[in-house]
Ligand binder design. Sequence first.
Ligand code: FPP
Length: 246
Amino acid sequence: MSNLDHINEENLPKHIAIIMDGNGRWAKQRGKLRVFGHENGVEAVRRTVENCAKLKIDFLTLYAFSTENWKRPKIEVQTLMRLLVASLRKELKTLNDNSIRLNAIGNLDFLPSKVAKELNEVILKTSNNKGLTLTLALSYGSREELKSAVKAISAKVKNNIISEDDIDETVINTHLYTHDLPDVDLLIRTSGEHRISNFLLWQIAYAELYFIDVFWPDFNEQHLVDAIINYQNRERRFGKTSEQLG
Ligand code: FPP
């Protein structure tokens, strides 16, 4: 019996988002360069995607590169981009074999052209898959996302495409990078830090937050199962009382 079998399939989080943190510290603990941590982080990505697909989770969103990450040393940024291109190339077949649809959110115009090309190709070639939607947040920042949405909505009001009174949560949602994704149900952050770091601020309004004290390259099936079982034992009230939930 696999660890995954301990999960109640009736009450799965529809959308899991993960802040994959701790690659650098994992490498440092082993006296290695940060790059080594990222390389092993890719393996944890593979495992997690595979386990979420097996569990029939509908949406998995991974914080792979933030707008702030561009400020890291050039060599580290280059490595992350190289790993991304290599993984996209290598995993296309696996994505299709497992009916996984790739998606990306963020300010993708900032990505090097080689990365953008590979990314768009894999997005296109997996676009008909009906299983897990795997979203990579790349050059992503939530405040920047909200700022772009406000600008786009303002322009529509200014040009009389919509009126100010039409602006509601649905209109805001449709102007976010995540317009085709549901709200996050479970947000996991590894490495023991208890921060959101500018990730999906609007979309996690009612998410259950789960912080785990392992570095991302060590995140395994058991950790994912623990996070989901913990989620299943919580009562999600969405502002109501326990009695109202019946
Ligand atoms: C956080 O660790 C991790 C990242 C900024 C990048 C995550 C990237 C990968 C796992 C590899 C490539 C991704 C894909 C989707 C193939 P950190 O460097 O902030 O660690 P630290 O906090 O210990 O310094």
